[in-house]
Design a protein. Structure first.
Length: 333
């Protein structure tokens, strides 16, 4: 039995029948183009929104950091004098800086200071973090706050406070020794200024490093301690073989922070300079020497050169340390 189509004959084009698929083929590129345009508009809106959020920071970053550094680098390539005026010397200032006894002595001081200060800071902060990690009580929380508090105190106030404590005339340290008929140590003298500054900086920064180490300790899985105790490990073995080993990345981090900060030593000696009675000269550290050249002698060109030379020293020291620790994989291994 045959059936006939009620739709009539299929339309023809050029003598050949057409099918509905031909319409889909012709409209497909149009649909893809519309989707592409929509995707581009969405990406453009997202990019504009991102730049609107990043833009203010970028402007401040360029205006307050990049441009001043670029201008300082520009100044370091010139030399100004009353007779010859401003003269382009290229690397002449840098050759002069690295032969300057004041700069060399300042760099040597901060290097020696770093070699003593950084191990002391790391040992103190590590010991406190390990103790607070073991003790779980309200007293431990209060102790963390009190130990971290010196870092929250501005450097100027902290240095002035220690200057008062160190004073041999009216400071409490001198009064305590005087009560026993003895002369107290003068930490602002030339002989003890190294120890006095060492104490101030350790007091200021040990709490900050302690918080970093304590946070890292809180991230260690307690099951490691339980497994070690089951195997018969003592508390000291757990501390050395588990806690300190797993703290290696955090110890490297605070060591780098301490190294960079110590090589740029400025605030504490500059504030205590007026109280130290000649124990802290103007070229005591490279930053103090740059400050003297810029604001006392009005030699901004040479001051900029000192700053960039110190930056090169800091970069070399940090790079050597990072390369050494990367080479060994773990400086505690």
């Amino acid at each position: 039995m045959m059936t006939t189509s009620t739709n009539g004959p299929a339309p023809t084009r050029g003598g050949r029948p057409t099918t509905p698929l031909s319409d889909d083929i012709t409209t497909a590129p149009t649909t893809d183009a519309v989707r592409t345009r929509k995707r581009r508009r969405t990406n453009l809106r997202q990019n504009v929104a991102g730049w609107l959020f990043v833009g203010p920071f970028g402007i401040i970053f360029l205006a307050l950091l990049v441009l001043p550094i670029g201008y300082a680098l520009y100044l370091s390539l010139f030399q100004k004098s009353l007779i010859l005026g401003t003269k382009f010397v290229f690397l002449g200032n840098y050759l002069k800086v690295f032969g300057d006894p004041s700069f060399i002595s300042g760099v040597w001081f901060v290097v020696r200071f770093s070699l003593v200060l950084i191990p002391v800071q790391m040992a103190v902060s590590l010991a406190i973090a390990l103790i607070l990690d073991t003790v779980t009580s309200k007293f431990a929380r209060f102790s963390r706050l009190m130990i971290f508090l010196p870092y929250a105190i501005p450097t100027v106030i902290g240095a002035l406070m220690w200057g008062f404590l160190y004073s041999k005339n009216f400071g409490p340290i001198a009064d305590i020794f005087g009560a026993f008929g003895a002369a107290g140590p003068d930490f602002l003298s030339s002989n003890l200024i190294f120890s006095g500054l060492l104490n101030v900086v350790t007091w200021q920064w040990a709490g900050y490093y302690m918080i970093i180490l304590y946070a890292a300790l809180q991230g260690i899985d307690p099951s490691l301690y339980e497994a070690a105790r089951i195997d018969g490990a003592s508390q000291w073995q757990i501390i050395y073989r588990i806690k300190i080993r797993l703290l290696a990345p955090s110890l490297v981090l605070i060591l780098v922070f301490a190294l960079i900060g110590t090589l740029q030593f400025f605030n504490e000696p500059k504030i205590l300079q007026q109280l130290a009675a000649g124990a802290i000269p103007d070229d005591f550290t490279p930053n103090m020497y740059a400050y003297q050249q810029a604001f006392t002698l009005a030699n901004s060109n040479y001051s900029s050169t000192i700053s960039f030379a110190l930056g090169a020293v800091v970069f070399i020291c940090v790079y050597i340390f990072m390369f050494a620790t990367r080479k060994r994989g773990n400086f505690l291994s």
